[in-house]
Ligand binder design. Structure first.
Ligand code: DGL
Length: 246
């Protein structure tokens, strides 16, 4: 039996776990949402590293043989420490997200959004410019995280937050939006409404492509999931079951 640990600060990583489950790349996914300490994205680097290593310790109890860091904030600052500590392969969503667009036109207008930590770490920006992309606008959009944690993914409040963050952006000119936070795919409908011409890059789909290509993982008969959280696990299980069955 092969088991993949997946963690995030909260419900966001379920957008990644869902893609992994649909692709049936493992027999079992063990999901951990650090709901007692969400959000990660406004914490400092050393705090996110500590939380990420604690998530790894928890997941190791389940005999996992693979770790997917389904959190861009953790992937931006803790990936090296996690790789050192794990003793099995560790994959982060940033390397996957960048790989997902490597064949796109290098003159594309890219809008990169994420938490404050992800954007200020400069990791995406560095990897994207190494690949030759020149037109990158990056904006921290942290308010989307509590909205998604509350299950609010469309409607007036969401539209107001779009206006707050993107009011000055020429939306029709955006070619690619990197959803650099795993909470954001839950807002896909709203992104499509506000940015009709943009291609959305989703950490979960990017991870699945990377796992297939670089780790030669092939489909199993089925993948089960076990859900854990550091607080309010029933709430996480309830919300996750809605998203996973959509
Ligand atoms: N979903 C996470 C990410 O991808 C974290 C959001 C947060 O906790 O601030 O960055």
């Amino acid at each position: 039996m092969n088991r993949c640990g997946v963690f995030d600060s909260g419900i966001g990583g379920i957008s990644v776990a869902k893609e992994i489950i649909q692709a049936k790349l493992f027999d079992e996914v063990i999901y951990f949402g650090d709901t007692a300490r969400v959000p990660y994205g406004n914490k400092n680097e050393s705090t996110i590293i500590r939380y990420s290593l604690e998530a790894l310790e928890f997941l190791k109890n389940f005999d996992i043989d693979f770790l997917v860091v389904a959190c861009n904030s953790a992937s931006s600052v803790a990936i090296d420490d996690l790789k050192k500590e794990a003793g099995f392969p560790v994959v982060g969503v940033i390397e996957a997200g960048v790989k997902a667009i490597e064949n796109e036109n290098k003159n594309s207008n890219i809008l990169l959004i994420g938490t404050k930590r992800t954007i200020s770490s400069g990791k995406y920006q560095k990897f994207l410019s190494k690949k030759g992309f020149k037109n990158i606008v990056s904006i921290p959009t942290p308010l989307f995280v509590p909205l998604v944690e509350e299950g609010i993914v469309d409607g007036k409040i969401v539209d107001d937050v779009f206006e707050l963050y993107f009011g000055n952006i020429e939306k029709n000119l955006v070619d690619i939006i990197i959803l650099g936070c795993t909470h954001y795919p839950f807002l896909s409908k709203s992104f499509k409404k506000h940015f009709p011409n943009a291609k959305l890059i989703h950490s979960g789909q990017a991870i699945v492509s990377l796992l297939k290509e670089e780790y030669n993982l092939t489909s199993k008969n089925s993948t089960t999931i076990k859900l854990f959280a550091s607080d309010n696990v029933e709430e996480l299980r309830y919300r996750a079951s809605i998203w996973l069955n959509r």
